[in-house]
Design a protein around this ligand. Structure first.
Ligand code: NDP
Ligand code: GDR
Length: 377
């Protein structure tokens, strides 16, 4: 029997990798996409199948986590064996600007899906995965963080996700649903949204190297994160729904780096060595060496020794910051056989290569007299 999965947030980073994974395992995959005034399916366009042909295995439905009627109708129609709730207003800084919407989509949205499962009598059929987050640990109470570490959320996003975490646990205990929380630490990829720090860095460094941008402006460069690869992490999302009993798991690499180190690694990929001086708002990153690098890089970087290419802009500071996150994935290693496949240097390399390729394309468009898309947030 073909298994049927429903993915909310299918157009996001994880939605794209998870769709690929499930399709490769023979699933029929349904995804919920939002209506937008511009196309928003870039990340899954390669999986698109003509709706006019038979046996289509990848299908998209319009919907929104803030609309119960729509969720109930889609779940009734799809009758999924597995639901992966990946949809969210997922940007921590933006959640301070849109706290009510974030609570509605990320917190109550999760409840709406769980209730839909119950209303439709699918408690015994449908397994549920909730995209929980290391942001729950916020002001950390223990290092490293594991499944038993107390939560202390530090943003409207994290508070909304805390509701989602506990309502998932509650529905498991109250109604016997197979429902799990994956407490995932930061995971990145070339598909990462451009305003998350890793992608902002790899994109900016590539553009600076090609002379398309002068400077990268960042907020708190001392923040420490445990970064993994999204492709590896979606495998664990799937595995959590294949166990005998539903349980919650931390997924992390167990290795931590600072934002500043991430910038250094990214620049190094393009042959640029940076030195950081100054403190707080005054910190800058200056080019101290330029070396040829083998492989992808076709041109010598356009910046030169002495150029300041990284500066702090306090507007990227958050009202309350999560300074340090480091996961302990021992439980996932023992029970799910979790081994992180991609190291941070490998992740940085893959992201820089992808952004360098697209920056070169932008450069060629510009040289041909057309203005390339230029968004530097
Ligand atoms: P993205 O921001 O890349 O994707 C979020 C997805 O949710 C997009 O498809 C977006 O649609 C959709 N979405 C947003 N709001 C709504 C809504 N109201 N109704 C329906 N869909 C909506 O996130 P990621 O792929 O990186 O993350 C997936 C999930 O995992 C999120 O819930 C996130 O909070 C959580 N998470 C992520 C981690 C990470 O490091 N990536 C770590 C831990 C948890 P659109 O494309 O139209 O914007
Ligand atoms: P995070 O990711 O908040 O951990 O949430 P993000 O990449 O936005 O920030 C990581 C750290 O970098 C610092 N930082 C900056 N961040 C951004 N976005 N832009 C900047 O210019 C900048 N400068 C420094 C931040 O202050 C922070 O400390 C991500 C999201 O995917 C969540 O949905 C998910 O739950 C968590 O990871 C785990």
């Amino acid at each position: 029997m073909t298994k049927v999965a429903l993915i909310t947030g299918v157009t996001g980073q994880d939605g794209a990798y998870l769709s690929e994974l499930l399709l490769s395992k023979g699933y029929e995959v349904h995804g919920i996409k939002r209506r937008s005034s511009l196309f928003n399916t870039d990340r899954v366009d390669h999986l698109y199948q003509d709706p006019h042909v038979d046996n289509q295995r990848f299908k998209l439905h319009y919907g929104d986590l803030t609309d119960s009627t729509n969720l109930i109708r889609i779940i009734q129609q799809v009758q999924p064996d597995e639901i992966y709730n990946l949809a969210a207003m997922s940007h921590v800084a933006v959640s301070f600007e849109t706290p009510e919407y974030t609570a509605n989509a990320d917190g109550i949205g999760t409840l709406r899906i769980l209730e839909a499962i119950r209303i439709l009598g699918l408690e015994k059929k449908t397994r549920f995965y909730q995209a929980s987050t290391s942001e729950l640990y916020g002001l950390v109470q223990e290092i490293p963080q594991k499944e038993t570490t107390p939560f202390y959320p530090r943003s409207p996003y994290a508070v909304a996700k805390m509701y989602a975490y506990w309502i998932t646990v509650n529905y498991r205990e109250a109604y016997g649903l197979y429902a799990c929380n994956g407490v995932l630490f930061n995971h990145e990829s070339p598909l990462r949204g451009e305003t998350f720090v890793t992608r902002k860095i790899t994109r900016a460094i590539a553009r600076i190297a090609l002379g398309l941008q002068d400077c990268l402006y960042l907020g708190n460069m001392s923040a420490l994160r445990d970064w993994g690869h999204a492709r590896d992490y979606v495998e664990m999302q799937w595995l959590m729904l294949q166990q005998d009993q539903p349980e919650d798991f931390v997924i992390a690499t167990g290795v931590q780096y600072s934002v500043r180190q991430f910038v250094e690694f990214a620049a190094k990929e393009l042959g640029i060595t940076l030195a950081f001086t100054g403190e707080g708002d005054q910190e800058i990153g200056t080019v101290v060496k330029i070396e040829p690098v083998a492989g992808l890089v076709k041109d010598k970087p356009r910046c030169k020794v002495g150029d300041v290419i990284v500066k702090v802009d306090p507007r990227y500071y958050r009202p309350t910051e999560v300074e340090t996150l480091l996961g302990d994935p021992t439980k996932a290693k023992d029970k799910l056989g979790w081994v992180p496949k991609t190291t941070l240097p490998e992740l940085v390399k893959e992201m820089v290569e992808a952004d360098y390729t697209s920056a070169r394309r932008d450069g060629l468009v510009k040289m041909a007299g057309f203005q390339a898309y230029d968004y530097n947030e």
